[in-house]
Design a protein around this ligand. Structure first.
Ligand code: PGA
Length: 248
């Protein structure tokens, strides 16, 4: 299996001044034993990649279009993210699914586009609060996995992020038992579908991960890292999460 991954998703946050956080992070973690990824807004990607070059920090996109190029005003392609120095692209984040009506089929097409640019797709799944309260978590996540991951996925091309929608940006986190149940089910489904490649795929947990809860979350079986929003914006907070993943 690949090294564990601490992935930061800056969402629609950050300007040129935020690049100082990259320098602080690189200084505090010059040689981490896990992989470290920051996905800034597209406007910062190329500058961030330049600042991170020669450090252990990788950079990536938060979304991409399924096509390589063309008349798609406002969109960017996976090739453009690669050209800007990115190594990964998040696809199917619940905010994209909710705000832009992205379907599982859209996410398959985007993940294939990411692979086409020789980048790694970070494919997100997760249930809403209503779905959890209705006892549908496992079914919903299973359907999203089946529908959002293209055939042929491997641990080299694909990372899965389990992010309960109700835990994102809310400070609410599932119990460790709840995280364990979903991650074990995801692992079983990945292995059933992709064989040894499914056993190799990283499964990240995302949703209100902070330095103060990272150790216990990283102690859950089949949690191979985190996708972090709010706590990835400051080097000190994200550094605390990296340190926890190194201890795990
Ligand atoms: P959060 O966001 O860490 O701010 O909850 C996680 C995510 O959406 O990836």
């Amino acid at each position: 299996m690949a090294r564990k991954l601490a992935a930061g998703n800056w969402k629609m946050n950050g300007a040129a001044a935020s690049l100082a956080e990259i320098e602080a992070l690189a200084k505090a973690h010059p040689d981490p034993t896990c992989d470290v990824l920051i996905c800034p807004p597209a406007t910062l990607l190329s500058r961030l990649s330049d600042r991170a070059s020669g450090t252990a920090i990788q950079s990536g996109g938060q979304d991409c279009h399924a096509a390589v190029s063309g008349a798609h005003t406002g969109d960017i392609s996976a090739q453009m993210i690669a050209d800007a120095g990115g190594s990964h692209v998040i696809v199917g984040h619940s905010e994209r699914r909710a705000d832009h009506g992205e379907t599982d089929a859209d996410i398959v097409a985007k993940a294939q586009a990411v692979w086409g640019a020789d980048l790694v797709a970070v494919i997100c799944v997760g249930e809403t609060l209503a779905e959890r309260e209705a006892g549908q978590t496992i079914n919903i996540v299973a359907a999203q996995l089946a529908g959002s991951i293209p055939d042929g996925a491997t641990g080299d091309t694909t990372v899965i992020a389990y992010e309960p929608v109700w835990a994102i940006g809310t400070g609410k986190v599932p119990t460790l038992e709840e995280i364990a149940e979903v991650h074990a089910d995801i692992r079983a489904r990945l292995t059933a579908r992709f064989g040894p490649a499914g056993a190799d795929m990283l499964i990240l947990y995302g949703g209100s991960v902070k330095p103060s809860n990272a150790d216990e979350i990283f102690g859950v079986p089949d949690v191979d890292g985190a996708l972090v929003g709010g706590a990835s914006l400051k080097a000190e907070d994200f550094g605390g999460i990296i340190a926890a993943l190194e201890r795990a």
